[in-house]
Structures are given as structure tokens and as C-alpha cells.
Ligand binder design. Structure first.
Ligand SMILES: Nc1nc2c(c(=O)[nH]1)N[C@H]1C(S)=C(S)[C@@H](COP(=O)(O)OP(=O)(O)OC[C@H]3O[C@@H](n4cnc5c(=O)[nH]c(N)nc54)[C@H](O)[C@@H]3O)O[C@H]1N2
Ligand SMILES: Nc1nc2c(c(=O)[nH]1)N[C@H]1C(S)=C(S)[C@@H](COP(=O)(O)OP(=O)(O)OC[C@H]3O[C@@H](n4cnc5c(=O)[nH]c(N)nc54)[C@H](O)[C@@H]3O)O[C@H]1N2
Ligand SMILES: [Mo]
Length: 758
């Protein structure tokens, strides 16, 4: 074990989960809730009559284990179920300026928010306000600034009911300004897939994993971010599947997995997972997958060929153009941009030729680059070329982040509503659908900075810390007249308020939501399009806390002018079943919502491409091929990706350890490979100044600077660097985002580094 000036490091782990996962869960339980409460709450996590884990969006198996959660799900649950509380005395004691000095981790650790608080212009401290007063003040300010100057952000934990109400309220108020965390996350996947397949979602079902014989895990770290996916990979492996990890890092979770509830695994040192680790350059995926496709096309017509002409002929358009683009893509470029030699790329193509059913999974390693949409389309091209679409054991699997981020989109948290959804909404309640295009997350920040958005409302999340260019975003938020956050826990966004800042605390997933109509449930959609109910079990952190749907319905009563056709907001404040009746009328696929939700495990939404029914305008899937591109580095620059540690959920940091990568007690590290350190005469532990470089919309160079990271030697491809989000968000320039999806390029940051003398 090596000790640097701050924190300590070991070799990365060679296996995920196991008994250590149980111990870590136990430690968290002791710290957050005590063991009896932890057992009570964890027992109903992901059960058919219980609540949906507020962690990731990975689906639940048909047959549930009595402990249907993972180490990191347990952290998310216990973090919410904590018995620590942040009441009015806390805010009286700590000024906002004093709180700004604290770390994100410290803020979260203080506990659950209990009552609405307000920070008035000129005040140094938040003070209590009632929900009634808060709604009336928010209503007054929003009406004053009007819909065009108001923006409503959603983080992906919001239930279908809350999201539906927010979308309807925004539209009735008169705006499409509905940015969401998806703008920062899988937006690139949604755009890429909508064009190629006709639906912005994946096509794979959980059971497909057991039937697949080749699984690519691309730009995703499931051991940390979707640990229950390791069980699906393990099952696939047991059935003989080959697993390929495409990632600049060798992530521990894909080396070996020991299921903590499987005695056989524990005795046998687990199950090895990935058979191949393709350690490509950061942002080299478009080149890599172009190379694979080129190689597959080279065998076209031969016996071993995997090119599925009957499928292509019947279902896909654009083959000739695609063939041409592949021909024109030179191996030289493919190899130099991907960082993978031709023989290895050809080997991957042969693996595909030898497989019957292939699944491609991906996450942020693909979505957060300038060429993200083109890259995801190249992966889809591969699936279409080989007919790995719309049949068992095969397909596209973008693995979603937040537990209900996909459901929120389905419910209408989008800048434009699908035509039929909009038509029904208008028909049902005479909503005068706003014409002006909505602002996304980056657009909202820019509009705030220009004084064009004055009122900001966030349904969950931590907009300041999750967004790019932290300092710029902070200044933008501070220019608002009103910022409102519906939150369960304290975070940095609360500390950078507009002239008036309001915190509206709410119930979490783990808690019972009892209104004047009795106990309510909510519903969510997982990453594979299964919609199911979620009912909390714990007594609320405070008796007066409101559920998110009630909060939105009450706000709607303030900002939406009453009319004979107005939606039944007053009823919806306390009756969520009635909200679902509204959803059933308006959202395609949700007919008889309440009845179908009653089925144990819920129901599956329609998904055309699953049945080879491509829901594009012309009814065909499309090959869409772009020129190979990769972010270009100047002399001396490195390419930085910002990722999650094993002990955080987005901006919520549980501890400063990253067990799998062998980093303990610090998050302020910059991981570099040995040669890159040597070239710069640096060694692990050196204190660095990191400068990021961008070109702005006028073509001028811009930089951002971050102090305080320490160098750490790690096995990365040459020319790359890795650091943790959100600490590094100040380095992501606001105008650096993916073409078309506008997702910030959090995994493609050009940096230079300099050693700082201590
Ligand atoms: N415990 C826990 N669970 C979570 C979250 C969490 O913070 N904590 N967050 C949730 C959310 S919102 C999301 S979106 C998901 C995120 O899940 P992931 O996408 O797994 O999250 P990241 O940590 O961003 O990891 C991205 C992976 O991509 C790799 N990568 C980076 N750049 C490239 C590249 O150019 N090419 C390739 N091929 N790989 C690359 C990195 O090495 C890393 O392994 O997880 C969800 N689940
Ligand atoms: N540099 C960099 N930046 C990134 C990323 C990256 O990989 N690199 N990833 C991006 C991604 S994928 C995402 S999804 C975004 C995440 O962006 P967000 O979703 O905005 O951020 P979170 O950290 O998940 O939000 C945490 C806060 O949500 C609140 N919260 C938790 N549970 C609930 C609940 O049930 N209800 C309500 N109302 N509030 C709740 C708590 O107050 C908590 O502090 O960050 C993005 N930012
Ligand atoms: Mo995400």
C-alpha cells in the first residue's frame, strides 16, 4: 500500500462485490439508519409490493430474491432513509456562506431536509416558510416573469406521476422549457436511436441476456453504476456467452464478480466476466466500430459472413451509402484514432461472425463526447448489419442512469412532445400548446446568464454541480430572480440561489405517502421499458413532508389560470390514482394504467423495433454513417474523462474511497499513465494545476483552471487522464457539447497539467 500526501492507494481490485460488499452495506446501515431500520427498508427494495430502488435504472428480474438490491443500491436507499435531519436550527446555525465552504459530501451527510426554507435577497441564512406561503410566492414570481422566462428542470428520480404533472403544468403555463438530467446523460442515445430505429430507447429485455452469446459492454462501468447487471452478465456467461469490454480502463466489475448471496461464488472466488478488454483511446469508439463494420463487410459474400442481407433488405435503408463510407474509412485512420491495432479489430469482427445473438450495451463512455450521436449510430449500424435486432438474445441496450429517467421522458419531460401525446393533451384539457422551442440544460444556463430566464424550478437533482462549467453556471443561477429546489437532501445548488431561493423538501421513494385520500403509490419505468409501481414503507422523515406529485399539483393551482377545461389539479394534490387516469388518457401506451399497474411486476410498454417494426417515418431502420472523427489534441495535451467513483451517486458522495480502483481517502486525483507522468517528470502524489482548453463559438481559445488534484499513476492508454465528477465540472466549458444532443462533453476534455510546488 502506497501513501501519498493525501489519501492512499493500492493496486486496483481484481474482483467485484463478494463479502466486502456485504460489509460495506452493513457499515453504511450502521452509520445512516441503524441495523433494524436498514433491514426493514432494504427488505422491501425492488420487491413487487415494495419501492423501486432510487439508484440506477437496471430492471428487476421476474423472480425476486428476498434481498433484491446491490451494495450501491443499498447506499442510495440508506442515504435517503437516514435518521439524520436538517431542520430549521441547522439553517439558523450555518450561514449560506459558511455552508459554501463545506464539501458536497458534508452537505449531503447532514441528513434529510424537513421543512420549506427561504433565502431572501440580502439574507445570510435560510429561514423557515410554510408550504402555503412558498407556493403562493413562487406562483406570484413565475406569473410575474412569465412562461418564457421560467425553466423547469427534472432529475431522473421523479416518479411518472410527478413528471406527468410537471410536463402538463409547464405546457399549460405556456412553456416547453423542460430541461432534464437526460440532457447531461443519455440524450445522445435518444437522438441516435430515434433516427436509426424510430424509438429513443433500447430494444433489449432483461431475459435477452441469458439468451445472448456475445455481449459488448461499451463505455460503461456496471460493477459500480449498475451492479445488478453483473448478475445478468454472470448468467449469460454461465450459458456460454463471450463478454467484451470496450473501455480505456479495465474496470474491476468486469474482471470477476462474486455474488454476495451465492455461496458457490463466494467459495470459488467468483465468476470471471469479460473475456476481452479492448482498451481503446478515449473517444476512439467511432473509429473502432467503423473498423469492425469494415471488417464484417469484407467477409460479405463469404461463408463466414455475418452480414444479414435478408434482414437488411426487408427492414433497413441506407446500405449502399454505408458500404461506401466503410470502404472509404482507411485502416490507418481507424487504427490511429481508436488506438487499437487492425488485427485486434479484425478479431472482434470474427467474434461477431461466430456469434448468433449479440447485445451491445453502453452508457456515458459513449454519450458524453462531441461525436456521441455518430458513435452510437455506428454501434447501431453494427447491430443492423448483422441483423442483431428484434429477436431474442440480441439488440441495443443503452443502460440508463437515474432510476426513472426513462419514465420521465415518456411522461413528457421533453422539449417537444410526440405528436399524439400533444394532440391528446390539447384535446383533453384544451392546453394551448406552447410554440416556442424549449430550452435544454445547457440552453437554460446560457439563457440565465443572458437574463432571459429569471425563474428556475428544479424537481430534484443538483443542477449546479451536475452541470458543466460550475463557476459560469453558478453565476447564471445567481442572476435568477427565483430559484426553487424540490429536494430530499441538502446540496450545493441550494447555496447558489437567485434573489429568492426556496427549498421545498419532499418525501423520498422509501417513505409512505399518505394524503387525505389515503396511502398513495407512484410508478416508474426502468431501462427496459417495464412500468411498475413503487410504494414506500418508512414513516416520513417529517409528518408535514409532501410527495412530489402533491407539490407540483399545488404549484399548478398557483400558476395555471383556472378555466372550465382546467385539469383537475385540486384532486390530483391528494389522489395519485386520478393522476394515472389522466396519464391513461394522454400518454400513448398507458391505456388502463391503474388496472395494468396492479399486475405484480407491472407491464411492458410497446416497443416496435423489438418486433422488427421500425417506427421511423418510412417504417425502415436506417444505417447512418458519419466520417470518422475524434477530438484532436495539441502537443502536450491529454484527454480527460470525468467518471464516477464506487462511492457516489452522481453528485451525492458517500465516501472518499474508490475501492475497485484502489484509491482511498481522496477524490482529488488525476489518473495518468506511467509514460505520461514520466514525460512530464511527475510522480504519484504531485500536486497539479489542471487547465482545460476549448474553442468557443467565435473560434477563440478559452481555458478553465482547476487546482488541488494530485497525480496518480494508473493503467490508462497513453494520452488519457481520468478524474472524478463533480469535482472536475469547473473544467467543462459550457459551450463544449455533443453535436445535436448538446450533451456536455464530460468525457472529452482537453487538458494540460503543471506541477505546483508545495
Ligand atoms: N452507484 C452509482 N450508480 C449509478 C450512478 C452513480 O453515480 N453511482 N449514476 C447513474 C447515472 S445517472 C448514470 S448515467 C449511470 C452512469 O454509468 P456509467 O456510464 O458506467 O458511469 P461513468 O462513471 O460515467 O463511467 C463511464 C465508463 O465509461 C468509460 N469511458 C470513458 N470515456 C470513454 C470512451 O471514450 N470510450 C469508452 N468506450 N469508454 C469510455 C469510463 O472508463 C467508465 O468506465 O450510472 C447510474 N448509476
Ligand atoms: N463531469 C460530469 N458531469 C456529469 C456527468 C459526468 O459523467 N461527468 N454525468 C451527468 C449525468 S449522467 C447525470 S444523470 C447528471 C445528474 O444530475 P442530477 O440528477 O441533477 O444530480 P444528482 O446528483 O443525481 O442529484 C442529487 C440530488 O437530488 C436530490 N434528490 C435525491 N432523491 C430525490 C427525490 O426522490 N426527490 C427529489 N425531489 N430530490 C431528490 C437530492 O437533494 C440530491 O442532493 O449529472 C451529469 N453531470
Ligand atoms: Mo445519468
Amino acid at each position: 500500500m502506497k501513501k501519498s500526501t493525501s489519501g492512499r492507494t493500492t493496486q486496483p481490485c481484481r474482483g467485484a462485490a463478494g463479502l466486502t460488499a456485504l460489509k460495506v452495506t452493513f457499515d453504511h446501515a450502521q452509520r445512516q439508519t441503524g441495523i433494524p431500520r436498514a433491514l426493514r427498508v432494504l427488505a422491501s427494495a425492488n420487491q413487487k409490493t415494495g419501492f423501486d430502488c432510487p439508484g440506477c435504472a437496471w430492471p428487476d428480474p421476474e423472480t425476486r430474491s428476498p434481498a433484491e438490491f446491490c451494495e450501491n443500491g443499498a447506499k442510495a436507499i440508506l442515504d435517503e432513509a437516514t435518521t439524520r435531519k436538517v431542520g430549521r436550527s441547522f439553517f439558523a446555525q450555518h450561514s449560506v456562506d459558511a455552508l459554501k465552504e463545506k464539501s458536497e459530501r458534508w452537505l449531503n451527510e447532514q441528513g434529510r431536509l424537513l421543512e420549506p426554507m427561504i433565502l431572501r435577497s440580502g439574507s445570510t441564512h435560510y429561514s423557515p416558510i410554510t408550504y402555503e406561503e412558498a407556493f403562493s410566492l413562487i406562483g406570484e414570481k413565475m406569473r410575474h416573469w412569465g412562461p418564457a422566462k421560467t425553466s423547469f428542470y427534472t432529475s431522473g428520480r421523479a416518479s411518472n406521476e410527478a413528471a406527468f404533472l410537471l410536463s402538463l403544468m409547464a405546457r399549460e403555463f405556456g412553456t416547453n422549457n423542460l430541461p432534464d438530467c437526460s440532457n447531461l446523460c443519455h440524450e445522445s442515445s435518444g437522438i441516435a436511436l430515434k433516427e436509426t430505429l424510430g424509438i429513443g430507447k433500447g430494444t433489449v429485455r432483461l431475459k435477452d441476456f441469458a439468451q445472448s452469446d456475445l455481449i459488448f459492454v461499451i463505455g460503461q462501468n456496471p460493477g459500480t453504476n449498475h451492479p445488478r447487471m453483473l448478475s445478468a452478465l454472470k448468467e449469460a456467461k454461465k450459458n456460454g456467452a463471450t463478454i467484451v469490454s470496450v473501455n480505456p480502463l479495465i474496470e474491476t466489475g468486469l474482471i470477476n464478480f462474486s455474488h454476495p448471496q451465492d455461496p458457490e461464488d463466494l467459495l470459488n472466488d467468483g465468476t470471471p466476466l469479460a473475456d476481452h478488454f479492448v482498451q481503446l483511446n478515449i473517444n476512439g469508439d467511432l473509429a473502432l466500430f467503423r473498423g469492425i463494420n469494415k471488417s464484417l463487410l469484407k467477409s460479405d459474400g463469404k461463408k463466414e459472413s455475418a452480414v444479414d442481407h435478408p434482414f437488411i433488405k426487408k427492414h433497413v435503408r441506407g446500405f449502399d451509402d454505408f458500404l461506401q463510407v466503410c470502404k472509404e474509412s482507411s485502416w490507418k485512420k481507424i487504427v490511429s484514432e481508436s488506438g487499437i491495432v487492425q488485427e485486434e479489430i479484425e478479431r472482434l469482427a470474427r467474434l461477431i461472425e461466430n456469434s448468433d445473438n449479440m447485445i451491445a450495451c453502453w452508457a456515458m463512455g459513449l454519450t458524453q463526447h462531441q461525436n456521441a450521436v455518430a458513435t452510437i449510430q455506428e454501434v447501431t449500424n453494427l447491430l443492423l448489419l448483422t441483423g442483431n435486432m428484434g429477436r431474442p438474445g440480441a439488440g441495443a441496450c443503452p443502460v440508463r442512469g437515474h432510476s426513472n429517467v426513462q419514465g420521465d421522458r415518456t411522461m413528457g419531460i421533453a422539449l417537444t412532445l410526440p405528436v399524439e401525446h400533444a394532440r391528446r393533451m390539447k384535446h383533453e384539457w384544451q392546453v394551448p400548446m406552447p410554440k416556442a422551442p424549449g430550452l435544454d440544460a445547457v440552453g437554460t444556463i446560457e439563457a440565465m446568464a443572458q437574463g432571459k430566464v429569471k425563474a428556475f424550478f428544479a424537481l430534484g437533482g443538483n443542477f449546479l454541480s451536475a452541470s458543466p462549467d460550475t463557476q459560469f453556471t453558478g453565476q447564471a443561477l445567481a442572476q435568477c430572480a427565483l430559484t426553487v429546489h424540490v429536494s430530499t437532501k441538502l446540496n450545493r445548488s441550494h447555496l447558489t440561489a437567485g434573489s429568492i431561493g426556496i427549498i421545498l423538501p419532499c418525501l423520498g421513494r422509501t417513505e409512505r405517502d399518505i394524503t387525505s385520500s389515503g396511502e398513495q403509490k407512484v410508478s416508474v419505468e426502468n431501462s427496459m421499458g417495464v412500468v411498475h409501481s413503487s410504494r414506500g414503507k418508512l414513516r416520513p422523515a417529517h409528518p408535514q413532508l409532501l410527495g412530489e406529485p402533491s407539490i407540483i399539483a399545488r404549484l399548478a393551482l398557483e400558476i395555471c389560470p383556472p378555466s372550465p377545461h382546467t385539469p383537475p389539479w385540486s384532486k390530483w394534490v391528494h389522489d395519485y390514482e386520478a393522476i394515472r387516469d389522466g396519464i391513461a388518457k394522454v400518454v400513448p401506451g398507458f391505456e388502463r394504467y391503474n388496472q395494468r399497474l396492479a399486475a405484480p411486476g407491472g407491464f411492458e410498454l410497446p416497443n416496435g423495433p423489438r418486433e422488427r417494426n421500425f417506427t421511423t417515418e418510412d417504417g425502415y431502420a436506417h444505417f447512418i454513417a458519419s466520417e470518422i472523427s475524434r477530438i484532436q489534441l495539441k502537443e502536450g495535451e491529454l484527454l480527460l474523462m470525468t467518471v464516477r467513483s464506487h462511492d457516489q451517486f452522481n453528485t451525492t458522495v458517500y465516501s472518499n474511497d474508490d475501492r475497485y480502483r484502489g484509491i482511498y481517502g481522496t477524490r482529488k486525483v488525476l489518473l495518468l499513465n506511467k509514460e505520461d507522468l514520466q514525460k512530464r517528470e511527475l510522480k504519484s502524489g504531485d500536486l497539479l494545476q489542471v487547465t482545460s482548453h476549448f474553442t468557443n463559438s467565435q473560434g477563440e481559445s478559452e481555458t478553465r483552471v482547476l487546482q488541488g488534484l494530485r497525480a496518480h499513476c494508473y493503467a490508462l492508454p497513453p494520452g488519457s487522464a481520468m478524474a472524478y465528477f463533480p469535482e472536475t465540472n469547473p473544467l467543462v466549458f459550457i459551450n463544449s457539447h455533443a453535436a445535436r444532443s448538446r450533451t456536455p462533453t464530460s468525457k472529452s476534455i482537453r487538458i494540460t497539467i503543471k506541477c505546483v510546488q508545495e
